[in-house]
Design a protein around this ligand. Structure first.
Ligand SMILES: [Zn+2]
Length: 273
């Protein structure tokens, strides 16, 4: 697709004014169809905040606290809330989303290290050690999430969300072989949109930008447009050398979406290429 087509589609989508809340991280994402992928953690979101608070007020309350803490960059608060929430609801995707918070916390701690300030070497060493600890906790949580998903599936949970959640954790952990196995299993479930999105994530991790763009275009041509596909289209443009077009796409994305997760996702994409 050409840049102009992406921008036109994006504008049409923003007029839908409908958002679903992610039950893993509390982020609200624009939706045009029955479900969407969260623009913060990429979990599948199926409900709006009203439906969630009616179905499960405890979860709804906790998600609000997590979402607010995330938006404020208060990672200690985010982590404390996840620990409580997981006791209440043993969902492997909560472990995955908590791991993401640890990864971002670790990245922010690394970013705070400065070697050009005299007399700060000890502070720097402490920060580097702390950042490493946070990153290793993230890995442990991802491994725990994978195990919990596998246990769920062994007990007969065959929902696409479970398999998709397993693949998210495998991708974050860099287990591409495991992710490919999950993707193959997902293909058999015959939900083309989820399959295409998952395949797009795997191809992005493999830096196969032509395939990323093909998947993004397929998703954007469907009725149930997944807003994150615009990000992947931008990533593919970036990776294929059309950096100006990619930046234009990201800019119109930020203008259209109110989500605080947009700048986060853009910076993550920029780091990857
Ligand atoms: Zn989320």
């Amino acid at each position: 697709m050409k840049l102009g087509q992406y921008v036109r589609l994006m504008k049409a989508m923003s007029k839908a004014h409908r958002k679903f809340t992610c039950t893993s991280c509390g982020t609200k994402t624009e939706v045009l169809g029955d479900f969407c992928m969260c623009s913060n953690c990429e979990s599948i979101a199926h409900y709006d905040s009203v439906a969630i608070s009616r179905k499960d007020p405890t979860l709804s309350n906790s998600l609000k606290l997590i979402g607010d803490a995330l938006a404020a960059g208060n990672y200690e608060g985010v982590i404390a809330e996840y620990e409580k929430l997981y006791q209440y609801k043993r969902d492997p995707l909560l472990l995955y989303a908590e791991a993401l918070a640890y990864i971002r916390y670790s990245n922010r701690t690394y970013a705070g290290i400065s070697y050009d300030r005299p007399g700060f070497m000890e502070d720097n060493a402490a920060m580097a050690e702390n950042a490493m600890k946070l990153a290793s906790t993230a890995k442990a949580l991802l491994a725990k999430s994978i195990k919990a998903s596998r246990d769920d599936m062994a007990e007969g949970n065959s929902s696409p969300d479970s398999l998709y959640g397993l693949m998210l954790a495998q991708l974050k952990l860099g287990d591409l072989r495991g992710a490919k196995d999950s993707l193959d299993a997902m293909e058999k479930l015959n939900i083309p949109l989820v399959y295409n999105y998952a395949a797009m994530m795997l191809d992005a991790q493999k830096s196969d930008y032509r395939k990323v763009m093909a998947h993004a275009d397929t998703i954007l041509r469907s009725k149930n447009i997944l807003v994150n596909a615009f990000f992947y289209a931008g990533l593919a443009l970036f990776g294929l050398g059309s950096r100006n077009d990619a930046m234009k796409l990201f800019k119109s994305m930020s203008a259209v979406s109110e989500s605080s997760a947009v700048p986060l996702l853009v910076s993550e994409i920029a780091e990857r290429v």
